[in-house]
Design a protein around this ligand. Structure first.
Ligand code: HC1
Length: 568
Protein backbone atom coordinates (compact mmCIF):
# COMPACT_ATOMS: atom_id res chain seq x y z
CA UNK A 1 0.00 0.00 0.00
CA UNK A 2 1.07 3.61 -0.55
CA UNK A 3 -0.27 6.86 0.83
CA UNK A 4 -1.39 9.55 -1.59
CA UNK A 5 -2.77 12.99 -0.76
CA UNK A 6 -5.70 13.94 -2.97
CA UNK A 7 -6.95 17.52 -2.59
CA UNK A 8 -5.49 17.64 0.91
CA UNK A 9 -6.96 14.30 1.99
CA UNK A 10 -4.72 11.31 2.64
CA UNK A 11 -5.76 7.98 1.17
CA UNK A 12 -4.13 4.53 1.22
CA UNK A 13 -4.21 2.62 -2.05
CA UNK A 14 -2.43 -0.40 -3.54
CA UNK A 15 0.90 0.58 -5.06
CA UNK A 16 -0.34 -0.57 -8.47
CA UNK A 17 -3.23 1.96 -8.42
CA UNK A 18 -3.57 4.83 -10.84
CA UNK A 19 -4.12 8.40 -9.71
CA UNK A 20 -7.71 8.12 -10.93
CA UNK A 21 -8.28 5.08 -8.71
CA UNK A 22 -6.73 6.92 -5.78
CA UNK A 23 -9.06 9.86 -6.39
CA UNK A 24 -12.02 7.50 -6.53
CA UNK A 25 -10.88 5.90 -3.26
CA UNK A 26 -10.76 9.38 -1.73
CA UNK A 27 -14.31 10.05 -2.92
CA UNK A 28 -13.18 12.68 -5.43
CA UNK A 29 -14.90 12.64 -8.82
CA UNK A 30 -12.56 13.19 -11.75
CA UNK A 31 -14.30 13.49 -15.13
CA UNK A 32 -13.38 10.80 -17.68
CA UNK A 33 -14.25 10.13 -21.28
CA UNK A 34 -12.00 7.55 -22.95
CA UNK A 35 -11.68 5.68 -19.65
CA UNK A 36 -14.04 2.75 -19.05
CA UNK A 37 -13.85 0.81 -15.79
CA UNK A 38 -13.94 -2.56 -17.55
CA UNK A 39 -11.49 -1.82 -20.36
CA UNK A 40 -7.75 -1.27 -20.42
CA UNK A 41 -7.06 2.45 -19.78
CA UNK A 42 -5.63 4.34 -22.71
CA UNK A 43 -5.10 7.96 -21.66
CA UNK A 44 -6.27 9.12 -25.06
CA UNK A 45 -8.61 12.01 -24.31
CA UNK A 46 -6.83 13.72 -21.36
CA UNK A 47 -10.15 14.85 -19.85
CA UNK A 48 -9.14 13.22 -16.55
CA UNK A 49 -6.08 15.45 -16.19
CA UNK A 50 -4.94 16.42 -12.69
CA UNK A 51 -1.98 18.21 -11.17
CA UNK A 52 0.69 16.01 -9.57
CA UNK A 53 3.21 17.88 -7.46
CA UNK A 54 6.63 17.68 -9.11
CA UNK A 55 5.33 16.52 -12.52
CA UNK A 56 6.30 18.68 -15.49
CA UNK A 57 2.75 19.07 -16.78
CA UNK A 58 -0.82 18.06 -16.00
CA UNK A 59 -1.14 14.27 -16.20
CA UNK A 60 -3.86 11.89 -17.43
CA UNK A 61 -4.92 10.35 -14.12
CA UNK A 62 -6.40 7.19 -15.68
CA UNK A 63 -2.96 5.96 -16.72
CA UNK A 64 -0.62 7.76 -14.29
CA UNK A 65 0.64 5.46 -11.52
CA UNK A 66 0.67 6.51 -7.87
CA UNK A 67 3.75 6.54 -5.67
CA UNK A 68 4.16 6.85 -1.95
CA UNK A 69 3.79 10.41 -0.66
CA UNK A 70 2.37 11.69 -3.96
CA UNK A 71 0.42 14.96 -3.71
CA UNK A 72 -2.40 15.44 -6.21
CA UNK A 73 -4.72 18.35 -6.87
CA UNK A 74 -7.76 17.65 -9.00
CA UNK A 75 -9.35 21.08 -8.83
CA UNK A 76 -6.95 23.92 -9.63
CA UNK A 77 -7.51 26.73 -12.12
CA UNK A 78 -5.02 25.09 -14.50
CA UNK A 79 -6.78 21.73 -14.27
CA UNK A 80 -10.21 23.25 -14.90
CA UNK A 81 -8.91 25.30 -17.83
CA UNK A 82 -7.02 22.31 -19.28
CA UNK A 83 -10.09 20.06 -19.18
CA UNK A 84 -12.26 22.78 -20.70
CA UNK A 85 -9.80 23.25 -23.56
CA UNK A 86 -9.73 19.52 -24.31
CA UNK A 87 -13.52 19.25 -24.34
CA UNK A 88 -13.96 22.47 -26.36
CA UNK A 89 -11.55 21.09 -28.97
CA UNK A 90 -13.61 17.90 -29.17
CA UNK A 91 -16.80 19.96 -29.49
CA UNK A 92 -15.26 22.17 -32.17
CA UNK A 93 -15.12 19.08 -34.37
CA UNK A 94 -18.44 17.57 -33.31
CA UNK A 95 -21.82 17.96 -35.01
CA UNK A 96 -23.84 20.48 -33.00
CA UNK A 97 -27.05 18.50 -33.33
CA UNK A 98 -27.77 17.49 -29.75
CA UNK A 99 -31.53 18.19 -30.14
CA UNK A 100 -31.97 15.50 -32.76
CA UNK A 101 -29.21 13.13 -31.70
CA UNK A 102 -30.02 9.53 -30.67
CA UNK A 103 -28.02 10.04 -27.46
CA UNK A 104 -29.54 13.41 -26.50
CA UNK A 105 -29.66 13.54 -22.66
CA UNK A 106 -27.74 10.26 -22.47
CA UNK A 107 -24.42 11.38 -23.95
CA UNK A 108 -21.23 11.41 -21.93
CA UNK A 109 -19.70 14.21 -24.01
CA UNK A 110 -22.81 16.33 -23.49
CA UNK A 111 -22.78 15.76 -19.72
CA UNK A 112 -19.09 16.51 -19.40
CA UNK A 113 -19.54 19.74 -21.34
CA UNK A 114 -22.35 20.63 -18.95
CA UNK A 115 -20.35 19.63 -15.86
CA UNK A 116 -17.35 21.69 -16.97
CA UNK A 117 -19.57 24.73 -17.46
CA UNK A 118 -18.79 25.13 -21.15
CA UNK A 119 -20.98 27.88 -22.55
CA UNK A 120 -19.10 28.79 -25.66
CA UNK A 121 -16.69 26.95 -27.95
CA UNK A 122 -13.66 29.16 -28.45
CA UNK A 123 -12.27 27.24 -31.39
CA UNK A 124 -13.48 27.34 -34.90
CA UNK A 125 -11.79 25.29 -37.57
CA UNK A 126 -12.05 22.57 -40.12
CA UNK A 127 -14.69 19.88 -39.45
CA UNK A 128 -14.40 16.22 -40.37
CA UNK A 129 -17.40 14.81 -42.15
CA UNK A 130 -17.94 11.18 -42.99
CA UNK A 131 -20.69 9.14 -44.63
CA UNK A 132 -22.80 6.88 -42.38
CA UNK A 133 -21.99 3.18 -42.12
CA UNK A 134 -25.56 1.87 -42.12
CA UNK A 135 -25.70 -0.97 -44.65
CA UNK A 136 -26.30 -3.65 -42.01
CA UNK A 137 -29.57 -4.39 -40.17
CA UNK A 138 -28.29 -3.74 -36.64
CA UNK A 139 -25.92 -0.82 -36.09
CA UNK A 140 -25.29 2.64 -37.48
CA UNK A 141 -21.82 4.18 -37.26
CA UNK A 142 -21.51 7.92 -37.61
CA UNK A 143 -17.81 8.65 -37.68
CA UNK A 144 -18.54 12.39 -37.52
CA UNK A 145 -19.67 11.85 -33.91
CA UNK A 146 -16.64 9.78 -32.96
CA UNK A 147 -14.34 11.38 -30.39
CA UNK A 148 -11.59 8.78 -30.92
CA UNK A 149 -11.80 7.48 -27.34
CA UNK A 150 -11.14 3.96 -28.64
CA UNK A 151 -13.60 2.28 -26.27
CA UNK A 152 -15.27 0.41 -29.15
CA UNK A 153 -11.90 -0.87 -30.30
CA UNK A 154 -11.11 -2.16 -26.82
CA UNK A 155 -14.58 -3.66 -26.21
CA UNK A 156 -14.50 -5.47 -29.54
CA UNK A 157 -11.00 -6.83 -29.03
CA UNK A 158 -10.66 -7.30 -25.25
CA UNK A 159 -14.21 -8.28 -24.33
CA UNK A 160 -15.25 -10.02 -27.52
CA UNK A 161 -11.99 -11.12 -29.14
CA UNK A 162 -13.43 -10.09 -32.50
CA UNK A 163 -11.11 -7.17 -33.45
CA UNK A 164 -13.33 -5.44 -35.98
CA UNK A 165 -12.17 -1.89 -35.25
CA UNK A 166 -8.86 -0.08 -35.18
CA UNK A 167 -7.53 3.47 -35.50
CA UNK A 168 -6.71 4.39 -39.08
CA UNK A 169 -4.81 7.36 -40.53
CA UNK A 170 -3.00 10.01 -38.53
CA UNK A 171 -3.57 13.40 -36.93
CA UNK A 172 -6.75 15.26 -37.85
CA UNK A 173 -7.63 12.47 -40.31
CA UNK A 174 -7.59 9.75 -37.65
CA UNK A 175 -10.72 7.60 -37.65
CA UNK A 176 -11.93 4.45 -35.95
CA UNK A 177 -12.89 2.01 -38.63
CA UNK A 178 -13.07 -1.61 -39.74
CA UNK A 179 -10.18 -2.63 -41.99
CA UNK A 180 -9.76 -0.63 -45.22
CA UNK A 181 -12.63 1.68 -44.28
CA UNK A 182 -15.17 -1.06 -44.99
CA UNK A 183 -18.70 -1.12 -43.57
CA UNK A 184 -19.66 -3.43 -40.72
CA UNK A 185 -21.57 -5.55 -43.25
CA UNK A 186 -18.33 -6.27 -45.10
CA UNK A 187 -16.24 -7.46 -42.16
CA UNK A 188 -16.48 -10.22 -39.54
CA UNK A 189 -18.78 -8.23 -37.23
CA UNK A 190 -21.09 -10.34 -35.05
CA UNK A 191 -23.46 -7.38 -34.48
CA UNK A 192 -23.31 -8.02 -30.71
CA UNK A 193 -23.48 -4.25 -30.21
CA UNK A 194 -21.01 -4.12 -27.31
CA UNK A 195 -19.35 -1.26 -29.22
CA UNK A 196 -22.60 0.70 -29.02
CA UNK A 197 -22.91 -0.11 -25.32
CA UNK A 198 -19.55 1.47 -24.49
CA UNK A 199 -19.63 4.36 -27.00
CA UNK A 200 -19.90 7.62 -25.01
CA UNK A 201 -21.64 9.48 -27.88
CA UNK A 202 -23.89 8.50 -30.78
CA UNK A 203 -20.99 7.42 -32.98
CA UNK A 204 -22.32 3.83 -32.78
CA UNK A 205 -26.01 3.27 -32.12
CA UNK A 206 -28.61 0.62 -32.87
CA UNK A 207 -30.49 0.94 -36.14
CA UNK A 208 -33.74 2.66 -35.26
CA UNK A 209 -36.79 0.65 -36.38
CA UNK A 210 -39.36 2.52 -34.30
CA UNK A 211 -40.85 4.38 -37.30
CA UNK A 212 -41.75 1.10 -39.04
CA UNK A 213 -43.39 -0.20 -35.87
CA UNK A 214 -45.40 3.00 -35.34
CA UNK A 215 -46.55 2.71 -38.96
CA UNK A 216 -47.71 -0.89 -38.51
CA UNK A 217 -49.56 0.05 -35.32
CA UNK A 218 -51.39 2.86 -37.15
CA UNK A 219 -52.44 0.56 -39.99
CA UNK A 220 -55.98 -0.70 -39.20
CA UNK A 221 -55.54 -3.73 -41.47
CA UNK A 222 -52.64 -5.03 -39.39
CA UNK A 223 -52.77 -7.12 -36.23
CA UNK A 224 -49.58 -6.19 -34.39
CA UNK A 225 -48.24 -8.70 -31.90
CA UNK A 226 -45.29 -8.05 -29.61
CA UNK A 227 -43.02 -10.39 -27.61
CA UNK A 228 -40.65 -9.19 -24.88
CA UNK A 229 -37.35 -10.92 -24.12
CA UNK A 230 -36.56 -12.05 -20.56
CA UNK A 231 -33.85 -9.45 -19.94
CA UNK A 232 -35.81 -6.41 -21.12
CA UNK A 233 -38.04 -6.20 -18.02
CA UNK A 234 -35.09 -5.80 -15.63
CA UNK A 235 -33.45 -2.96 -17.58
CA UNK A 236 -36.17 -0.97 -19.38
CA UNK A 237 -36.86 1.09 -16.26
CA UNK A 238 -33.32 2.48 -16.46
CA UNK A 239 -34.19 4.14 -19.77
CA UNK A 240 -37.17 5.78 -18.07
CA UNK A 241 -35.55 7.15 -14.94
CA UNK A 242 -35.95 4.19 -12.58
CA UNK A 243 -33.18 2.53 -10.58
CA UNK A 244 -30.84 0.00 -12.17
CA UNK A 245 -32.36 -3.46 -12.29
CA UNK A 246 -35.89 -2.39 -11.32
CA UNK A 247 -38.38 -5.09 -12.33
CA UNK A 248 -40.95 -3.42 -14.57
CA UNK A 249 -42.72 -6.39 -16.17
CA UNK A 250 -46.29 -5.28 -15.47
CA UNK A 251 -45.69 -1.63 -16.35
CA UNK A 252 -43.97 -2.66 -19.57
CA UNK A 253 -46.98 -4.77 -20.57
CA UNK A 254 -49.28 -1.83 -19.76
CA UNK A 255 -47.09 0.52 -21.79
CA UNK A 256 -47.06 -1.80 -24.82
CA UNK A 257 -50.88 -1.95 -24.76
CA UNK A 258 -51.13 1.82 -24.53
CA UNK A 259 -48.68 2.21 -27.39
CA UNK A 260 -51.17 0.22 -29.45
CA UNK A 261 -49.97 -3.39 -29.76
CA UNK A 262 -52.92 -5.75 -30.24
CA UNK A 263 -51.43 -8.60 -28.21
CA UNK A 264 -48.62 -8.49 -25.68
CA UNK A 265 -46.84 -11.84 -25.44
CA UNK A 266 -43.73 -13.09 -23.74
CA UNK A 267 -40.52 -14.53 -25.20
CA UNK A 268 -40.30 -16.45 -21.91
CA UNK A 269 -43.07 -18.68 -23.33
CA UNK A 270 -40.91 -19.69 -26.27
CA UNK A 271 -37.85 -19.91 -24.03
CA UNK A 272 -39.79 -22.69 -22.27
CA UNK A 273 -40.48 -24.22 -25.67
CA UNK A 274 -36.78 -24.00 -26.54
CA UNK A 275 -36.00 -26.02 -23.42
CA UNK A 276 -38.36 -28.76 -24.55
CA UNK A 277 -36.82 -28.90 -28.02
CA UNK A 278 -33.18 -28.31 -27.07
CA UNK A 279 -33.44 -30.50 -23.97
CA UNK A 280 -34.88 -33.34 -26.08
CA UNK A 281 -32.08 -32.83 -28.58
CA UNK A 282 -29.53 -33.13 -25.77
CA UNK A 283 -31.15 -36.33 -24.47
CA UNK A 284 -31.17 -37.67 -28.04
CA UNK A 285 -27.47 -36.88 -28.54
CA UNK A 286 -26.57 -38.31 -25.11
CA UNK A 287 -28.43 -41.55 -25.66
CA UNK A 288 -28.26 -42.14 -29.42
CA UNK A 289 -25.11 -40.28 -30.36
CA UNK A 290 -24.52 -37.02 -32.21
CA UNK A 291 -21.90 -34.29 -32.19
CA UNK A 292 -20.78 -33.59 -28.65
CA UNK A 293 -20.57 -31.33 -26.77
CA UNK A 294 -23.84 -29.74 -27.83
CA UNK A 295 -23.77 -25.94 -27.66
CA UNK A 296 -26.70 -23.55 -27.24
CA UNK A 297 -27.74 -21.48 -30.23
CA UNK A 298 -30.05 -18.79 -28.89
CA UNK A 299 -27.64 -15.84 -28.76
CA UNK A 300 -27.36 -14.54 -32.33
CA UNK A 301 -24.12 -12.63 -31.75
CA UNK A 302 -22.65 -15.95 -30.65
CA UNK A 303 -24.11 -17.79 -33.67
CA UNK A 304 -22.62 -15.16 -36.01
CA UNK A 305 -19.29 -15.58 -34.22
CA UNK A 306 -19.08 -19.35 -34.66
CA UNK A 307 -20.27 -19.10 -38.27
CA UNK A 308 -17.60 -16.51 -39.03
CA UNK A 309 -14.67 -17.75 -36.94
CA UNK A 310 -15.14 -21.48 -36.22
CA UNK A 311 -17.25 -22.85 -39.10
CA UNK A 312 -15.68 -26.29 -38.63
CA UNK A 313 -17.51 -26.57 -35.28
CA UNK A 314 -21.03 -25.72 -36.49
CA UNK A 315 -22.31 -29.27 -35.95
CA UNK A 316 -21.92 -28.70 -32.23
CA UNK A 317 -24.71 -26.11 -32.24
CA UNK A 318 -28.16 -27.18 -31.20
CA UNK A 319 -30.46 -27.00 -34.20
CA UNK A 320 -33.15 -25.42 -32.02
CA UNK A 321 -34.00 -21.90 -33.13
CA UNK A 322 -33.74 -19.12 -30.60
CA UNK A 323 -36.84 -18.32 -28.52
CA UNK A 324 -37.32 -15.13 -30.57
CA UNK A 325 -37.52 -17.10 -33.80
CA UNK A 326 -39.61 -19.96 -32.39
CA UNK A 327 -42.02 -17.30 -31.22
CA UNK A 328 -42.12 -15.67 -34.64
CA UNK A 329 -42.79 -18.98 -36.40
CA UNK A 330 -45.63 -19.84 -34.00
CA UNK A 331 -47.20 -16.38 -34.17
CA UNK A 332 -47.91 -16.67 -37.88
CA UNK A 333 -49.01 -20.33 -37.71
CA UNK A 334 -50.35 -21.60 -34.36
CA UNK A 335 -51.55 -18.24 -33.06
CA UNK A 336 -52.90 -17.18 -36.48
CA UNK A 337 -54.89 -20.42 -36.76
CA UNK A 338 -56.14 -20.28 -33.19
CA UNK A 339 -57.30 -16.70 -33.46
CA UNK A 340 -58.57 -16.90 -37.05
CA UNK A 341 -56.32 -14.12 -38.32
CA UNK A 342 -54.75 -14.30 -41.76
CA UNK A 343 -50.98 -14.47 -41.11
CA UNK A 344 -50.37 -12.03 -43.91
CA UNK A 345 -52.04 -9.38 -41.76
CA UNK A 346 -49.99 -10.17 -38.66
CA UNK A 347 -47.02 -7.98 -37.89
CA UNK A 348 -44.70 -9.65 -35.40
CA UNK A 349 -42.50 -7.36 -33.31
CA UNK A 350 -39.99 -8.32 -30.67
CA UNK A 351 -38.38 -6.26 -27.94
CA UNK A 352 -34.87 -7.49 -27.30
CA UNK A 353 -31.85 -6.47 -25.22
CA UNK A 354 -29.78 -7.30 -28.27
CA UNK A 355 -28.74 -5.62 -31.51
CA UNK A 356 -27.83 -8.92 -33.24
CA UNK A 357 -31.47 -10.05 -32.95
CA UNK A 358 -32.25 -7.57 -35.75
CA UNK A 359 -29.95 -9.56 -38.05
CA UNK A 360 -31.31 -12.89 -36.82
CA UNK A 361 -34.85 -11.86 -37.77
CA UNK A 362 -33.86 -11.15 -41.38
CA UNK A 363 -31.87 -14.35 -41.96
CA UNK A 364 -33.40 -15.79 -45.14
CA UNK A 365 -34.21 -19.15 -43.50
CA UNK A 366 -36.27 -17.51 -40.72
CA UNK A 367 -39.49 -17.70 -42.70
CA UNK A 368 -40.88 -21.11 -41.84
CA UNK A 369 -44.38 -19.67 -41.42
CA UNK A 370 -44.30 -18.73 -45.11
CA UNK A 371 -43.65 -15.10 -44.13
CA UNK A 372 -40.78 -13.38 -42.38
CA UNK A 373 -41.42 -14.85 -38.94
CA UNK A 374 -40.35 -11.78 -36.95
CA UNK A 375 -40.94 -8.53 -38.81
CA UNK A 376 -39.28 -5.96 -36.56
CA UNK A 377 -36.88 -6.15 -33.65
CA UNK A 378 -36.60 -3.19 -31.28
CA UNK A 379 -33.94 -2.92 -28.62
CA UNK A 380 -34.76 -2.04 -25.01
CA UNK A 381 -33.42 1.44 -25.75
CA UNK A 382 -35.81 1.88 -28.70
CA UNK A 383 -38.79 0.77 -26.59
CA UNK A 384 -37.76 3.32 -23.97
CA UNK A 385 -37.89 6.02 -26.64
CA UNK A 386 -41.31 4.85 -27.91
CA UNK A 387 -42.72 4.98 -24.38
CA UNK A 388 -41.45 8.55 -24.00
CA UNK A 389 -42.73 9.50 -27.45
CA UNK A 390 -46.18 8.15 -26.53
CA UNK A 391 -46.16 10.52 -23.56
CA UNK A 392 -46.69 7.75 -21.02
CA UNK A 393 -45.89 8.36 -17.38
CA UNK A 394 -44.15 5.02 -17.05
CA UNK A 395 -43.65 5.06 -13.29
CA UNK A 396 -47.37 5.72 -12.77
CA UNK A 397 -48.61 2.91 -15.03
CA UNK A 398 -50.48 0.02 -13.41
CA UNK A 399 -49.11 -3.49 -13.55
CA UNK A 400 -50.81 -5.56 -16.25
CA UNK A 401 -50.62 -9.23 -17.26
CA UNK A 402 -49.42 -10.68 -20.55
CA UNK A 403 -52.03 -12.05 -22.97
CA UNK A 404 -52.67 -15.80 -23.13
CA UNK A 405 -51.60 -18.26 -24.37
CA UNK A 406 -48.26 -17.01 -25.72
CA UNK A 407 -47.74 -14.92 -22.62
CA UNK A 408 -47.80 -17.84 -20.19
CA UNK A 409 -44.34 -18.83 -18.97
CA UNK A 410 -42.25 -20.22 -16.13
CA UNK A 411 -39.27 -19.18 -14.05
CA UNK A 412 -37.11 -21.39 -16.27
CA UNK A 413 -37.91 -19.26 -19.32
CA UNK A 414 -37.24 -16.16 -17.26
CA UNK A 415 -33.68 -17.08 -16.28
CA UNK A 416 -32.61 -17.31 -19.94
CA UNK A 417 -31.78 -13.62 -19.54
CA UNK A 418 -28.76 -14.22 -17.26
CA UNK A 419 -25.58 -16.15 -17.97
CA UNK A 420 -26.05 -19.76 -16.89
CA UNK A 421 -29.82 -19.45 -17.14
CA UNK A 422 -30.30 -21.56 -20.25
CA UNK A 423 -28.22 -24.34 -18.67
CA UNK A 424 -30.13 -24.19 -15.40
CA UNK A 425 -33.48 -24.15 -17.19
CA UNK A 426 -32.40 -27.11 -19.36
CA UNK A 427 -31.25 -29.09 -16.31
CA UNK A 428 -34.54 -28.47 -14.48
CA UNK A 429 -36.28 -30.24 -17.37
CA UNK A 430 -33.72 -32.76 -18.65
CA UNK A 431 -33.01 -34.28 -15.22
CA UNK A 432 -36.72 -34.73 -14.49
CA UNK A 433 -37.48 -36.19 -17.93
CA UNK A 434 -34.57 -38.64 -17.77
CA UNK A 435 -35.12 -39.75 -14.16
CA UNK A 436 -38.90 -39.47 -14.17
CA UNK A 437 -38.61 -38.00 -10.65
CA UNK A 438 -39.07 -34.43 -9.40
CA UNK A 439 -35.85 -32.65 -8.47
CA UNK A 440 -35.32 -31.92 -4.77
CA UNK A 441 -33.58 -28.70 -5.59
CA UNK A 442 -34.19 -26.92 -8.87
CA UNK A 443 -31.58 -24.21 -8.32
CA UNK A 444 -28.24 -25.02 -9.97
CA UNK A 445 -26.17 -22.28 -8.39
CA UNK A 446 -22.80 -23.49 -9.79
CA UNK A 447 -23.74 -22.16 -13.21
CA UNK A 448 -24.89 -18.75 -11.94
CA UNK A 449 -22.82 -15.59 -11.54
CA UNK A 450 -20.37 -13.43 -13.44
CA UNK A 451 -17.36 -15.77 -13.62
CA UNK A 452 -16.43 -15.82 -17.32
CA UNK A 453 -16.19 -19.59 -17.61
CA UNK A 454 -18.15 -21.86 -15.28
CA UNK A 455 -18.29 -25.63 -15.07
CA UNK A 456 -20.44 -28.13 -13.22
CA UNK A 457 -20.98 -31.87 -13.19
CA UNK A 458 -24.62 -32.84 -12.79
CA UNK A 459 -25.98 -36.35 -12.33
CA UNK A 460 -28.65 -36.99 -14.97
CA UNK A 461 -29.98 -40.48 -14.21
CA UNK A 462 -27.02 -42.83 -14.58
CA UNK A 463 -24.97 -40.25 -16.44
CA UNK A 464 -22.65 -37.60 -15.05
CA UNK A 465 -23.23 -34.66 -17.37
CA UNK A 466 -20.47 -32.09 -17.49
CA UNK A 467 -21.66 -28.62 -18.46
CA UNK A 468 -19.78 -25.42 -19.22
CA UNK A 469 -21.09 -21.88 -19.37
CA UNK A 470 -19.33 -18.98 -21.10
CA UNK A 471 -20.33 -15.39 -21.62
CA UNK A 472 -18.57 -12.85 -23.86
CA UNK A 473 -17.08 -13.95 -27.13
CA UNK A 474 -13.52 -13.82 -25.79
CA UNK A 475 -14.54 -16.59 -23.37
CA UNK A 476 -16.35 -18.42 -26.18
CA UNK A 477 -13.05 -18.49 -28.05
CA UNK A 478 -11.36 -20.24 -25.10
CA UNK A 479 -13.99 -23.00 -25.10
CA UNK A 480 -13.97 -23.40 -28.88
CA UNK A 481 -10.18 -23.70 -28.94
CA UNK A 482 -10.51 -26.44 -26.33
CA UNK A 483 -13.02 -28.28 -28.51
CA UNK A 484 -10.75 -27.97 -31.53
CA UNK A 485 -7.88 -29.46 -29.56
CA UNK A 486 -10.09 -32.32 -28.34
CA UNK A 487 -9.75 -31.13 -24.74
CA UNK A 488 -13.40 -30.28 -24.03
CA UNK A 489 -14.91 -33.17 -22.10
CA UNK A 490 -18.29 -31.48 -21.73
CA UNK A 491 -21.67 -32.70 -22.91
CA UNK A 492 -23.48 -29.36 -22.86
CA UNK A 493 -22.15 -25.84 -23.29
CA UNK A 494 -24.04 -22.56 -22.99
CA UNK A 495 -22.55 -19.58 -24.75
CA UNK A 496 -23.94 -16.05 -24.66
CA UNK A 497 -22.25 -13.26 -26.59
CA UNK A 498 -22.64 -10.50 -24.03
CA UNK A 499 -21.22 -10.01 -20.53
CA UNK A 500 -23.63 -11.41 -17.98
CA UNK A 501 -25.78 -12.86 -20.78
CA UNK A 502 -28.67 -10.92 -22.31
CA UNK A 503 -28.98 -8.61 -19.29
CA UNK A 504 -25.72 -7.09 -20.56
CA UNK A 505 -26.87 -7.11 -24.19
CA UNK A 506 -25.72 -4.53 -26.71
CA UNK A 507 -29.23 -3.04 -26.95
CA UNK A 508 -29.76 -2.43 -23.23
CA UNK A 509 -29.82 1.04 -21.63
CA UNK A 510 -26.40 2.65 -21.23
CA UNK A 511 -24.09 3.28 -19.52
CA UNK A 512 -23.65 -0.11 -17.94
CA UNK A 513 -21.02 -1.51 -15.58
CA UNK A 514 -20.47 -4.59 -13.43
CA UNK A 515 -22.64 -3.25 -10.62
CA UNK A 516 -25.54 -2.57 -13.00
CA UNK A 517 -25.28 -6.05 -14.48
CA UNK A 518 -25.29 -7.59 -10.98
CA UNK A 519 -28.50 -5.72 -10.15
CA UNK A 520 -30.18 -6.89 -13.35
CA UNK A 521 -29.10 -10.49 -12.68
CA UNK A 522 -30.43 -10.29 -9.12
CA UNK A 523 -33.78 -9.16 -10.51
CA UNK A 524 -33.85 -12.02 -13.03
CA UNK A 525 -33.60 -14.55 -10.18
CA UNK A 526 -36.12 -12.59 -8.09
CA UNK A 527 -38.56 -12.91 -11.00
CA UNK A 528 -37.82 -16.65 -11.22
CA UNK A 529 -38.59 -17.05 -7.51
CA UNK A 530 -41.89 -15.23 -7.93
CA UNK A 531 -43.17 -17.63 -10.61
CA UNK A 532 -45.64 -20.25 -9.48
CA UNK A 533 -44.21 -22.71 -12.02
CA UNK A 534 -40.43 -22.79 -12.47
CA UNK A 535 -39.86 -25.66 -14.89
CA UNK A 536 -40.47 -25.37 -18.63
CA UNK A 537 -42.09 -28.81 -19.06
CA UNK A 538 -44.73 -27.83 -16.49
CA UNK A 539 -45.85 -24.76 -18.48
CA UNK A 540 -49.54 -25.53 -19.20
CA UNK A 541 -49.55 -23.42 -22.37
CA UNK A 542 -46.58 -25.39 -23.73
CA UNK A 543 -48.26 -28.68 -22.77
CA UNK A 544 -51.37 -27.59 -24.65
CA UNK A 545 -49.35 -26.48 -27.66
CA UNK A 546 -47.80 -29.95 -27.94
CA UNK A 547 -50.96 -31.91 -27.22
CA UNK A 548 -53.27 -29.99 -29.54
CA UNK A 549 -51.05 -28.84 -32.35
CA UNK A 550 -47.32 -29.51 -32.37
CA UNK A 551 -47.23 -33.22 -31.50
CA UNK A 552 -44.01 -34.04 -29.71
CA UNK A 553 -40.61 -32.36 -29.25
CA UNK A 554 -38.37 -32.99 -32.27
CA UNK A 555 -41.47 -34.12 -34.19
CA UNK A 556 -42.24 -33.26 -37.80
CA UNK A 557 -43.92 -29.92 -37.14
CA UNK A 558 -41.19 -28.94 -34.67
CA UNK A 559 -38.57 -29.81 -37.24
CA UNK A 560 -40.20 -27.55 -39.80
CA UNK A 561 -40.99 -24.59 -37.55
CA UNK A 562 -38.63 -24.67 -34.60
CA UNK A 563 -35.27 -25.95 -35.89
CA UNK A 564 -32.79 -24.48 -38.33
CA UNK A 565 -29.35 -24.86 -39.87
CA UNK A 566 -26.21 -22.70 -39.91
CA UNK A 567 -23.94 -21.32 -42.61
CA UNK A 568 -20.17 -21.72 -42.74
FE1 HC1 B 1 -31.96 -13.29 -24.83
FE2 HC1 B 1 -33.12 -15.40 -25.61
S1 HC1 B 1 -32.31 -15.09 -23.50
S2 HC1 B 1 -31.14 -14.67 -26.48
O1 HC1 B 1 -30.39 -13.29 -24.17
O2 HC1 B 1 -32.62 -17.22 -25.69
O3 HC1 B 1 -31.70 -11.14 -26.76
O4 HC1 B 1 -33.32 -11.64 -22.82
O5 HC1 B 1 -34.69 -13.04 -25.79
O6 HC1 B 1 -34.34 -15.45 -28.36
O7 HC1 B 1 -35.74 -16.09 -24.34
C1 HC1 B 1 -31.79 -11.85 -25.95
C2 HC1 B 1 -32.76 -12.16 -23.55
C3 HC1 B 1 -33.74 -13.59 -25.53
C4 HC1 B 1 -33.94 -15.49 -27.30
C5 HC1 B 1 -34.79 -15.87 -24.85
Amino acid sequence: KVTVTIDGRKVEVPKTATVLEAAQAAGVKVPTLCYHPELRPEGACRVCMVEVKGARSLVASCVYPVNDGMVVNTNTADVREGRKTVVELLLANHPQDCFSCARNLNCELQSIAADLGIRKIRFDGEQTNYPLDDKNPCLVRDQSKCILCGRCIRACSERQGVHVYSFTNRGFNTTVSPAFGQGLDQVACTYCGQCSAVCPTAAIVEKDDTASVWKAISDPTKHVVVQTAPAVRVALGEALGLDHGTIVTGKMVAALRRIGFDKVFDTNFSADLTILEEGSELIERLTHGGTMPMITSCSPGWVNFIELMYPDLLDHLSTAKSPQQMFGALTKTYYAEKSGIDPKNIVSVSIMPCTAKKAEAVRPEMNSSGYQDVDYVLTTRELGRMIREAGLDFAALPSEEYDAPLGISTGAGMIFGATGGVTEAALRTVVEIVTGKPLDNIEFKDVRGMTGLKEAVVPVGDLQVKVAVAHTLANARIILDKIRKGEADYQFIEIMACPGGCIGGGGQPVPVCAEVREKRIGSIYDCDQAYEIRKSHENPAIQELYSTWLGKPLGEKSHKLLHTHYHP
